[in-house]
Design a protein around this ligand. Structure first.
Ligand SMILES: O=C(O)C(=O)[C@@H](O)CO
Ligand SMILES: [Mg+2]
Length: 271
């Protein structure tokens, strides 16, 4: 299962977080991703990765907060990133710098930069978003020991109402406008299917640009295993092969029963 990564925020959810690394390795995964490493010291997570023989393939910037306590509370407070929120300059910069520190400690090459949810108090601003992404990309590029690629992910409004970045077209236009080699696209086929209705067509539209550098997958609707629902998951995996997609596919779904029992769709691929 060389290119499939277990999302430890979603999979093995019945186990304590620390135990999910070994569980993923036992199921044959070589890579893991999770949105928020910030509840644990980076060296503790690095130890879990090393003991389980896993690579960290993706983390997110914090959901919000301009200091350590703020970062820990942000998700529960309903924050989902700060990049487009005008009033959140300090939190945005703090979050990017913290994410870069964690990425280096975990040898993680990709960071998803969360855009934020528009509110009545802060509606979000495209120019602010683009300007901050350009600043963050320069930061990500400037660490010669561990350069990182920053990713933009469109998230659907059923799961995350008001999320600023919700279409592939928005992400693609921003990337073209900024044109920075350390900025790329994270295409989550579940969100794609929920918002645009045709994940395969979206993949075919954006694949030639080579800007899609991380993929996530779940069945739609429902966000269970890819073979539950209408997602054309087999055609999508064939299309990734045809395009020689070199990256990871993160399994970001809520298993219907247990994670291991629900891996039949993957095992049948004989990887
Ligand atoms: O919700 C998703 O989809 C993600 O990939 C997360 O990173 C956002 O929390
Ligand atoms: Mg996702």
């Amino acid at each position: 299962m060389s290119r499939f990564a277990a999302n430890l925020g979603f999979l093995y959810a019945h186990k304590p977080f620390e135990a999910r690394f070994a569980a993923a390795a036992e199921d044959g995964f070589k890579g893991v991703e999770y949105a928020s490493p910030y509840e644990w010291p980076a060296h503790v997570l690095a130890q879990h990765l090393q003991e389980a023989g896993l690579q960290q393939v993706l983390i997110n910037t914090p959901a919000g907060g301009a200091d350590a306590a703020g970062v820990r509370q942000a998700w529960a407070q309903g924050l989902r990133g700060t990049a487009c929120l005008v009033g959140q300059e300090k939190a945005f910069r703090y979050g990017v710098e913290l994410a870069l520190e964690y990425a280096q400690a975990l040898a993680c090459p990709r960071i998803h930069v969360m855009a934020g949810v528009a509110t009545a108090a802060d509606a979000g601003d495209r120019r602010t978003w683009l300007h901050r992404l350009a600043w963050a990309a320069e930061k990500a590029a400037s660490n010669s020991q561990h350069p990182v690629t920053l990713l933009l992910e469109a998230i659907n409004h059923v799961d995350m109402p008001g999320y600023w970045l919700h279409t592939q077209a928005q992400a693609f236009a921003a990337l073209q406008e900024i044109g920075h080699p350390h900025l790329a696209m994270q295409m989550d086929f579940y969100h794609c299917q929920m918002t645009e209705g045709d994940a395969l067509a979206q993949w075919q539209r954006y694949a030639p640009s080579r800007l899609v550098q991380h993929i996530q997958i779940a069945g739609a609707p429902g966000r269970h295993e890819p073979d539950v629902g209408q997602l054309p998951w087999q055609e999508l995996l064939v299309a990734l092969d045809e395009a020689a997609y070199p990256g990871w596919v993160g399994l970001e779904y809520h298993p219907q029963t247990t994670t291991t029992a629900g891996l039949g769709w993957l095992k049948q691929l004989h990887l």
